[in-house]
Design a protein around this ligand. Structure first.
Ligand SMILES: [Zn+2]
Length: 485
């Protein structure tokens, strides 16, 4: 069996094959965060499902090239920068930094490139010029450049617009009289005073302005796959379901109208996340960011396991009980993993059939069965809930086998290591005992106080005191971080 994925474009689960055979390069583009504020865990559910996809492709032998953009110029970033009285880059920089910190906390594998919209403007200008030359883009009465949907007959293929009422997208420029057709969307928005005020305007042959959000992703993905693979077609484009229309529809239109080639072969979309039964909202008091979880001392492994336990195409409900249950699962897994190392280390018959089973040992047999189940589950449109069920069945039976003195621990551990390269849910080493964490918190506060009153001798003394207990600290712009070494 090979990996099959649900392709939004065809509304079917289809076998995934890249443009060439393995170990072929697979190009993966995922729409990144808009860095106007902190990303919430709904955003991170999408980024985590993309992490699972990417890691499983690598596990399956593909050489993945992962591109994630950072939207650092759009309506929201400009508005937020202006409200804060800052320049655009000044406003977005700390949120870019925060996004990378949150990514690392959640153990999301870094993309190979993170093109930023503000640093990719020349590629965007070139794409608009290509569309103007082909007569598919035009200048509206308001000086902005629009995409003529009437000139792109397959518009709506991804979102199946022909079968439902056409909704005008939220990010379409508001003045509809400037356009030939109210459905047309802005590729390039003429510079407004607020854009100039925050430094979000660029010169272009077709007029000073700034890119539209949809244009950013088309231009950055085409530029990056051109650089890495001399290609104009992505293997996989992923994002949240909320991006299907108009964002991804418009990305297809812009890219395919310019290149005359399919933009992406597979479109993969992840579902929403609810928190405690309802859609996450500041108004309902259930708005959660990744850093909230980190500050509460939640082990990222538990968050990952919780997310894996719901299929990516189903809505997920994030509740305290479910998180606690995932935490308990992670702990059980960690204990089993340690036990395999320990018992293997004591030499209880690795490969020598020291216990039941003979040959590779009972544990090796259980591990082989688990690995087959794990692969079958993930090959089936990334069925992570089933893969996790197989994992915990392995933990259960594996513990029983260990109790009986079975052999095959090294093989079992190797299989677990491979599975963890995808799921990555072993407990954090940092999950220290709560008393130690409290003590560290107190010591850090004391050091902070000493530094504020310029008593650096005392601050150094506290640092040494922490180091003596194996606590390494680091001062960052967002506060002092610590870890156990
Ligand atoms: Zn995008």
């Amino acid at each position: 069996m090979t990996l099959a994925l649900y392709n939004t474009l065809t509304r079917r689960v289809e076998p995934f094959t890249p443009l060439a055979a393995p170990p072929a390069r697979v190009t993966l583009y995922t729409c990144g965060p808009t860095v106007w504020n902190y990303a919430h865990i709904g955003n991170f559910r999408t980024f985590l499902f993309e992490d699972l996809l990417r890691r499983y492709l690598a596990y399956s032998g593909y050489d993945v090239f992962h591109i994630m953009n950072l939207t650092d110029v759009d309506d929201r970033t400009i508005k937020a920068a202006a409200a804060a009285g800052k320049r655009l880059d000044e406003h977005t920089a700390p949120f870019v930094q925060a996004f990378f910190e949150d990514r690392d906390y959640l153990r999301i594998a870094p993309a190979h490139v993170y093109p930023r919209a503000t640093q990719s403007v020349p590629a965007m200008v070139r794409l608009v010029e290509r569309l103007l030359e082909r007569g598919i883009a035009y200048k509206g009465d308001d000086g902005s450049i629009y995409f003529a949907i009437a000139k792109f007959p397959t518009y709506g293929r991804l979102s199946r617009l022909e079968t439902r009422e056409l909704k005008v997208g939220a990010r379409v420029a508001s003045d509809e009289y400037a356009k030939d057709d109210p459905r047309d969307f802005a590729l390039w928005k003429k510079a407004e005073p607020i854009d100039e005020q925050v430094g979000a305007a660029w010169d272009a042959p077709f007029g000073r302005g700034r890119p539209g959000w949809h244009l950013e992703c088309s231009a950055m993905s085409l530029e990056q796959i051109g650089k890495c693979c001399h290609a104009e077609t992505l293997d996989i484009h992923a994002g949240g379901v909320d991006l299907i229309f108009p964002h991804h529809e418009d990305e297809i239109a812009q890219s395919e109208a310019a290149t005359s080639k399919p933009f992406a072969r597979f479109w993969v979309h992840g579902e929403f996340l609810n928190v405690r039964g309802t859609k996450m909202s500041k108004r309902f008091g259930n708005f959660l960011t990744a850093r909230d979880l980190r500050d509460q001392g939640v082990d990222a492994a538990a968050v990952r396991l919780l997310f894996w336990q719901t299929h990516y195409r189903k809505a997920l409900d994030f509740t305290d009980d479910a998180l606690a249950a995932a935490g308990a699962g992670v702990k059980r897994l960690g204990e089993f993993y340690e036990r395999l190392g320990r018992d293997g280390g004591r030499g209880t018959g690795d490969g020598d059939g020291g216990g039941a089973g003979g040959g590779g040992g009972r544990l090796a047999d259980l591990a082989a069965k688990f690995e087959a189940d794990f692969r079958a589950a993930l090959d089936d449109d990334l069925n992570a809930p089933r893969a996790c069920a197989a994992l915990f069945e392995f933990v259960h039976n594996g513990n029983a086998a260990l109790d009986g003195g079975a052999g095959g621990t090294a093989a079992a551990r190797a299989v677990l290591d491979r599975a963890m390269s995808v799921l990555d849910i072993l407990p954090s080493a940092k999950a220290a005992d709560p008393a130690l964490e409290r003590w560290i918190g107190e010591r850090l506060a004391a050091r902070d106080k000493a530094r504020k009153s310029k008593d650096f001798k005392e601050a150094d003394r506290v640092r040494a005191e922490l180091a003596a207990k194996g606590v390494e600290i680091e001062d960052t712009p967002s506060g002092t971080k610590w870890r156990l070494v």
